[in-house]
Design a protein around this ligand. Structure first.
Ligand code: GLU
Length: 327
């Protein structure tokens, strides 16, 4: 561990290579980079490729190339290494296993044999959003015999984190302000490792951010509701909790979130249309109020501009969820 990482603000961008980065992903990357660079921080690029069935071959390579084309850079990452390597989650499973054992030793993990359909059926209220229903705790108190019976039927368990029943998690997001969530009532005991053996995002992201000494998490607002779960894991493992800033998601003309799945527009058509990196950066910056109108600007120029009025800019971002007009 190098000496100065404790005083330098370490931030990161952590894309999942499930397709090419669309303009919304790129805007989030730009903001994460700006928040970090305007504080003279160290920026880390991490590839979150645990969900193997959803990973697209070559997507990581194209993501890194698109980010570099835009003029974003990083101090540590899968292509350049660094003191906390590897920076690709699929190469870190032994690390996750180690921390899973630590949580197991504290009695905070239990096996769950429920299928998704069973959980949906058992859920008392219809769920909101895309996170699925609250887990009602069905397998929390299974006896050893019940566990053995499930195993004998060939059921492979997921592993769940035992959430404190009494705890309301509170934190202040640098953009969204004070938040609180009673995780047990809203989410229930959540998955650390799926029944197919894949470690869950909620778990891996905490281990990685903690071990990579990330102190500043800037990411899309779709992950705001994940943060209380992650805070519980930071606490359970005794890791320091970083600051959080959840930036607005970019929406299309109909007001829908852009999605990698739906082939939302990435950089390729803009490049093909002859736009320069600084023109694309200008568009991304204008779409969230960092600059008043579209202009060609480099990330470095923007960082200078941004550093002079960080808090004003944060407010501007939070007020701008403008639709991005395709150039
Ligand atoms: N890998 C996540 C994504 O691509 C981001 C996770 C995070 O920033 O915490 O949406």
């Amino acid at each position: 561990m190098s000496e100065n990482t404790n005083t330098i603000i370490r931030g990161r961008y952590a894309p999942s290579p499930t397709g090419d980065l669309h303009l919304g992903n790129l805007r989030t990357a730009l903001l994460a980079w700006l928040f970090n660079r305007c504080m003279d921080g160290q920026f880390i690029l991490r590839i979150e490729d645990l969900d193997r069935p959803r990973i697209h071959p070559d997507a990581s390579k194209r993501m890194l190339a698109d980010l570099r084309w835009l003029g974003l850079d990083w101090d540590e990452g899968p292509d350049c290494g660094g003191p906390f390597a590897p920076y690709t989650q699929s190469e870190r499973t032994a690390i996750y296993q180690h921390y899973l054992h630590l949580l197991q030793a504290k009695g905070l993990v239990y096996p769950c044999y429920c299928s998704r359909a069973e959980i949906a059926q058992a859920a008392s209220a219809p769920h909101q959003g895309n996170e699925g229903p609250r887990y009602p705790g069905t397998c929390r108190f299974l006896t050893t015999q019940e566990r053995t019976e499930n195993e004998a039927c060939g059921r492979r368990p997921s592993l769940r984190f035992r959430v404190d029943d009494t705890r309301t998690v509170t934190f202040t997001d640098d953009i969204c302000g004070p938040r609180s969530q009673h995780v047990q009532q809203n989410v229930g005991d959540f998955i650390l490792s799926r029944s197919d053996g894949i470690f869950a995002y909620q778990f891996a992201v905490v281990i990685d951010d903690a071990l990579m000494q990330i102190r500043q998490v800037v990411r899309g607002a779709d992950l705001l509701s994940s943060t209380p779960r992650q805070i519980l894991l930071y606490e359970a493992l005794g890791f320091p909790i970083p600051t959080f800033a959840h930036v607005p998601l970019m929406r299309d003309e109909q007001g829908h979130r852009l999605a990698k799945r739906a082939q939302s527009m990435g950089i390729a058509p803009l490049r093909a249309a002859g736009l320069s990196p600084s023109q694309v950066i200008g568009q991304l910056a204008a779409s969230c109020g960092l600059v008043t109108k579209d202009q060609a600007i480099t990330p470095k120029e923007l960082a200078v501009h941004f550093s002079q009025n960080l808090y004003g800019t944060i407010r501007a971002i939070s007020q701008h969820t403008k639709i991005f007009h395709v150039p």
